[in-house]
Design a protein around this ligand. Structure first.
Ligand code: ADP
Ligand code: MG
Length: 239
């Protein structure tokens, strides 16, 4: 589904990603780990189109993405949540979802569930029903994380990328987000890439884990293989 070939990204002389080769299958749950500064967010930015001045190629369902802008990649089915949530704070939770839902509907004139109903459905799935008509200004941290995931889901992705959606949450809140992502993958069979520092979460979630260190892939295997990998342990010891 997603195929990354020889991806290299430099920021004015500094090489943040070096020759990344990676494939993600349809329906797969992939964990992306690595110490701070190893290039995880940069990789996601290259996939989602926030960064386009990279070397190498990224293909998604046989389309070459390189020249496509972020919103065009969203149309192809790639959605991401941001490490730092950025909802429209002067809008309610539901209004925040109607924007990506309208975008996903595009010019389509098909008679189907109204956008409002679709928004309600996503809001309920994420357990935000009682906040639906509240401004996002008043949301707690976990509610903000859920809204961020809800907004990504409203774009009807085939690939959802979650960038540290659990950072700063309590253990039971982490379980809450984990359950939402696993249910979503079970039910819709979309692929999910989870970037996460919380090992328990990423181990429990992933079919496969890729570990980055200093912009290179140092492991690409099952969770149990990755956890026993000396190179991975060494990368994290420096933290
Ligand atoms: P991670 O998400 O794994 O913590 P990042 O992808 O954010 O890592 O960063 C990878 C490296 O690229 C870091 O050394 C970071 O300082 C550098 N970097 C990230 N964004 C920029 C930028 N816009 N300009 C210059 N350097 C950057
Ligand atoms: Mg990051």
């Amino acid at each position: 589904m997603l195929k990354i070939q020889n991806l290299t990204k430099t920021y004015s002389g500094f090489t943040a990603l070096t020759d990344i080769n990676l494939e993600v299958e349809s329906g797969e749950r992939l964990g992306l780990i690595g110490p701070n500064g190893s290039g995880k967010t940069t990789l996601i930015n290259c996939i989602s189109g926030a960064i386009r001045d990279y070397d190498g190629e990224i293909h998604f369902n046989n389309d070459k993405l390189n020249t496509l802008r972020a919103h065009e990649r969203t149309r192809k089915g790639i959605a991401r949540s941001f490490q730092i949530p950025k909802p429209f704070s002067s809008m309610t939770v539901k209004q925040n979802l109607l924007i990506p839902l309208e975008f996903a509907a595009g010019q389509s004139k098909l008679d189907r569930m109204s956008l409002e109903d679709q928004a309600d459905e996503i809001i309920e799935e994420l357990g935000l029903s009682d906040k639906s008509n509240e401004l996002t200004l008043g949301l707690t941290q976990i509610e903000m994380r859920k809204l961020e995931l809800a907004r990504a889901m409203a774009a009807k992705p085939k690939l959802l990328i979650s960038d540290e959606a659990m950072a700063g949450l309590s253990s039971s809140e982490v379980d809450d987000i984990l359950r939402i992502l696993i249910d979503l993958n079970d039910r819709t069979k979309i692929s999910i890439i989870m970037i996460e520092h919380i090992m328990r979460a990423v181990m429990g979630f992933s079919d496969r884990i890729v570990c980055l260190d200093a912009g290179r892939i140092i492991a690409n295997a099952t969770p149990s293989e990755v956890i026993g990998n000396p190179a991975v342990e060494k990368a994290y010891l420096g933290e």
